[in-house]
Ligand binder design. Structure first.
Ligand SMILES: [Mg+2]
Length: 204
């Protein structure tokens, strides 16, 4: 039987990210300026996020496109060191630990996923996750939500879904999930709506 569950996006919900940090560091290792170096990734970022190319191929192509001066390990570190934990969310979820299942649903890639799961304690609150690069499809499409519900045994009507992107929220709402369109500035509103929802689900 499906039970009340919390399902959360990752970027700009559980952790903040700033690609300009990577851009500035990349610029120090190649001949492209920080302002434009990230555009070189436009054609490989999407395929990487849905698993059409793997880590080694992404790193190889990324280094070739930028003419990166450094090692693959240095390239990977620059690609990954763009995140910071959302502390208010860490506190909110810590208070819920053990009270209901919590899972992740993220458009991401293997390097970032391995990095954020390893680096940030907020992910200790989560039992499972569905990721675009292994699901081979991405939000805001419906397919990844269907796969997530099937794989994690979710009843959308009893699942509270948090995401910062309106298009993702629209798909989830259309499929019957209880949704919250998050931003860091709206954290206290999330806390209030989550508390109210938990009460309606019999979780105090
Ligand atoms: Mg996000």
């Amino acid at each position: 039987m499906s039970q009340p569950t919390l399902l959360s996006d990752v970027g700009k919900v559980l952790i903040d990210f700033d690609f300009s940090i990577a851009a500035r560091r990349l610029a120090q290792h190649c001949d492209h300026p920080a302002e434009t170096v990230l555009t070189l990734f436009d054609d490989i970022k999407g395929p990487y996020e849905v698993g059409d190319i793997d880590d080694a191929e992404f790193v190889r192509q990324g280094m070739a496109l930028t003419r990166f001066r450094g090692t693959p390990q240095e390239f990977e570190a620059i690609w990954c060191e763009i995140f910071a934990q959302n502390e208010p969310m860490h506190a909110t979820l810590g208070a819920l630990a053990g009270k209901l299942p919590m899972h992740l649903l993220s458009n991401t890639n293997e390097l970032h996923k391995a990095y954020f799961l390893r680096e940030f304690p907020i992910f200790q609150h989560f039992q499972n996750g569905v990721y675009s690069h292994t699901a081979r499809c991405a939000k805001p499409g419906e397919e990844i939500f269907h796969k997530t519900a099937a794989q994690l045994d979710l009843d959308p009507a009893r699942t509270f879904y948090i995401d910062d992107l309106a298009a993702n929220i629209a798909t989830a709402a259309r499929l019957g999930f209880r949704t919250f369109h998050y931003s860091f500035a709206k954290h206290s509103q999330l806390q209030a709506e989550l508390d109210e929802w938990l009460t309606t689900q019999g979780i105090g």
